[in-house]
Design a protein around this ligand. Structure first.
Ligand SMILES: NC(=O)c1ccc[n+]([C@@H]2O[C@H](COP(=O)([O-])OP(=O)(O)OC[C@H]3O[C@@H](n4cnc5c(N)ncnc54)[C@H](O)[C@@H]3O)[C@@H](O)[C@H]2O)c1
Length: 247
């Protein structure tokens, strides 16, 4: 399994879970992942660099599973967001996913083998969020790209799915939950009443990657404790209307 962005955060949890499940795991990340705690083969580089990606695949071999987890966020209202930051987000999150997935799919098709791809998207690609315009657009695009790849590569036996994490206690969200009041307020909006963990995201990634999900492709599975679909519950509502239909 090749996990991009696997040196820290959710990617590190996915890589660790994959090692525990018996996969040989390679990590492509600008950061070093070879300090021993993950038990992975570390390749330093960017997903958005096609030459670096080809070199990793030459050295690691075509993996049986690819997890396109690498992602960055640049916050800001659309009116103020610098264009270079918009491009940076799209380059890593969307183009990087495309570059890695295509490079591996081409090899699988050439070799006559098939594998599984799991793209890490986000609840922000399902619903708009404050100051997250570039990030959300990139993740919504990856969700559609997941469908497109499933459509084009399905005839070769290649499955492509996505996992859309919600409020996760780790990775890039760590600064948000440093403040206990913010943490409590956010938890209170989640139907399951708590944040998710990186390990819970990793479990779903491994499920979609595995043969247990052999007939699942083109899906964007939201792993969010129910929060994305619960927006209506947070709208004010007059008590009187709830008596309609009752004696
Ligand atoms: N943490 C959350 O709450 C959350 C929620 C929803 C979605 N996600 C998604 O999960 C994925 C992992 O995020 P995280 O929270 O672990 O963030 P993180 O910042 O902790 O980790 C991201 C990793 O990606 C690596 N990376 C950055 N640019 C890269 C590049 N060009 N090529 C390869 N690797 C690169 C970083 O070095 C880092 O190791 C991202 O796609 C993110 O959008 C996270």
């Amino acid at each position: 399994m090749l996990v991009t962005g696997g040196a820290s955060g959710l990617g590190a949890a996915i890589a660790a879970a994959a090692v525990a499940a018996g996969y040989r795991v390679g990590v492509l990340d600008p950061l070093d992942a070879s300090d021993g705690h993950l038990g992975v083969e570390s390749f330093r580089g960017s997903v958005a660099d096609p030459d670096a990606v080809e070199e990793v695949l030459d050295r690691f071999g075509a993996p049986d599973v690819v997890v396109n987890n690498a992602g960055i966020v640049r916050f800001g209202p659309l009116t103020d967001l610098p264009l270079d930051q918009w491009r940076e987000v799209l380059d890593v999150n969307l183009t990087g996913t495309f570059v890695v997935a295509r490079a591996v799919a081409r090899r699988w098709i050439e070799m006559g083998t098939a594998g599984s791809i799991v793209n890490v998207t986000s609840m922000n690609g399902v619903a708009a969020g404050p100051n997250a315009g570039a990030y959300g657009a990139s993740k919504a695009a990856v969700a559609l790209l997941t469908n497109q790849m499933a459509l084009e590569w399905g005839p070769h036996g290649i499955r492509v799915n996505a996992v859309a994490p919600g409020l996760i206690d780790g990775g890039m969200s760590t600064p948000i939950y440093a403040d206990p009041d913010t943490r409590r307020a956010r938890e209170s909006k989640v139907p399951l009443g708590r944040l998710g963990t990186p390990d819970e995201v990793a479990d779903v990634v491994l499920f979609l990657a595995s043969s247990t999900a052999a007939y699942v492709t083109g899906q964007n599975l939201v792993v969010d404790g129910g929060v994305t679909g619960s927006v209506i519950a947070h709208l004010p509502r007059p008590v009187s209307v709830d008596s309609v239909g009752h004696d």
